[in-house]
Design a protein around this ligand. Sequence first.
Ligand SMILES: [Zn+2]
Ligand SMILES: [Zn+2]
Length: 169
Amino acid sequence: MCGFTHKAWATFPHDIGMKEENALEKAKETFTEFLQASHLRKTPERYAVLERAYRSEGHFSAESLYRDMQTEYRVSRATVYNTLELLLQSRLVVKHQFGQQEAQYEKVVPDKVHHHLVCTGCGKVKEFSDKHIRTTIQARRFAYFEPEYYTLYIYGLCSKCRQKKRGKK
Ligand SMILES: [Zn+2]
Ligand SMILES: [Zn+2]
């Protein structure tokens, strides 16, 4: 194990009200510490992937991030995939597996905890937040366990898919 401590998580469950625009700067600092502790090179390509991931709103796949990056900063597909792995390890992004579709990633913003409504028909994902769930989880203490991250997945059918299903009957 490297000596990297997950600073980004140190604030859980007490929010520090981090502003979105500071999120990227904080993420860069965390990433720098992580790379140093892991004896990995601080290449501009790795930071470009981090920046792109943090500028994406919502979910993205490794492939879509790679495609998006081709317009402004040319990086190889391998670099994008490898860097995403590093971002996962440093807890700067999380990976979701929504049903059958390809894995989706998203940046971690500590005070932007949200949940996911996943349509099992078309794969569409909608986000929601709920202050009651939040209060309950944050007040909860777990024996011999320190929570770092949580999200809820609710599977079902979106209105379009429900309509389609009804039409077939
Ligand atoms: Zn999300
Ligand atoms: Zn649907």
